[in-house]
Design a protein around this ligand. Sequence first.
Ligand code: NDP
Length: 483
Amino acid sequence: MTVQPKGSHFINGAYVEDTAGDAIPVVFAATGDTLATLHAGTPAIIDQALTAAHAAQKDWATWSPRERGRVLTRAAQIMRERNEDLSQLETLDTGKPIQETRVADATSGADALEYFGGLAGSLTGEHIPLGEDWVYTVREPLGVCVGIGAWNYPTQIACWKAAPALACGNAMVFKPSETTPLCALKVAEILIEAGLPKGVFNVVQGMGQTGAQLVTDPRVDKVSLTGSPATGKKVYAAAAAEMKHVTMELGGKSPMIVFDDADIENAVGGAILGNFYSSGQICSNGTRVFVHKSIKEKFLARLAERTAQAVIGDPREDETSIGPMVSEAQMNIVLGYLDKGKADGARLICGGTRLDRDGFYIAPTVFADVTDDMTIAREEIFGPVMAVLDFEDEAEVIARANDTPYGLAAGVFTKDISRAHRVIGQLQAGSCFINSYNDAPVEAPFGGVKASGVGRENSKQAIEHYSQMKSVYVRMGDVEAPF
Ligand code: NDP
């Protein structure tokens, strides 16, 4: 499979290269081999992309919403037809197992394109009667949007941002993470093939500095970031200085609460999905697993048994269920947290080490007897590291679950339906689950509260973050002026 793209950037409907930009190596995380080399956008490239987006947006906004939607649904269809190739590329770019990328990346991107493509034709304003007079509202695009992505779900993030933005008549310049630059280029190619006018969706590669230049450009009206809370604060502040719209999808330290009446197999399954899928590199992961004291040992024993069944290996192989960390740098961050967990006295149930093989592999790790003050219970690790904490009382566990600056997600496992809704109602989190974990259908709003973000992606809610309402008062009679 050829991984090296025809150019590092995709601007105005075509690949563009400028080798004056810093080199961005694409490293296969399972071997450490460099598969391709791209270049960061120079100021000239950034300007080219913004100029193209700014010019193209004006015409795109005049298309009827249904025609815009048709382009997106066509792109969704192409993505599904090419799912196998796109999944293989995503696996090479991120190191995630092919059994995951086949079902959670291009397919999730296609879901977003299809959903917002279908929604486009029904985006309308209101008629507000005021007796003889009336007001009507017009839903208008924001203009040029900048999307900035993290490295864990590159195709999905590009589509989750592009689909609602484009459906509303905006143009976008998207900057992928420098760690995973390949797949957003494929999204751009497919959109053009589906009939998107040149310049409406552009991709510029680069590091944080490129993102910062995009955010502060006066031609940009909105910034949507998926990234860490630290980066989110910087980008939000830069956007606020120019009064730009923002969506911030940031990290978390989400709680998953397992009550004593829970179905243990399902709770263990939820904890595995919410900690080890994508080698734990998922923002909404339930990394603080609160388990009722009376079932703790039973839960841990079953968790250890099932975790031992994980197939750790080459992510290109069908049977592999755990791949490497995305990069050596991320692996080293996670190894640092493993050391902290051990030093703080948490009980290691399984894992806890780097694997003795090529690539950036960490064994799926479970720490038990974790207390609220330990670093591994307070900071986002973004690796396959689960912290299991005990609790005895419902009110106590709710207070402890909420005792975090974050609020992205939360889950509850119990057979008591009243308790499930009562507890979820008190948890400070944007995306919640009952007897499940980490489902993210495009139909549901996704996003966090507190330090985990601002705004929502997906669902009809996303439309509010990519459009604005113009209100028009219509007087039918004479104007009454005081003089
Ligand atoms: P980072 O915050 O390091 O980077 C996110 C993106 O922002 C990257 O493209 C990065 O560029 C760019 N960037 C960095 N600095 C700036 C800046 N000053 N101005 C503009 N852009 C900048 O996150 P990671 O890529 O390490 O991703 C992991 C994080 O993302 C985790 O905290 C995770 O929780 C969060 N995340 C949140 C999700 C959500 O939906 N809530 C989903 C997925 C991840 P580059 O990296 O190329 O230098």
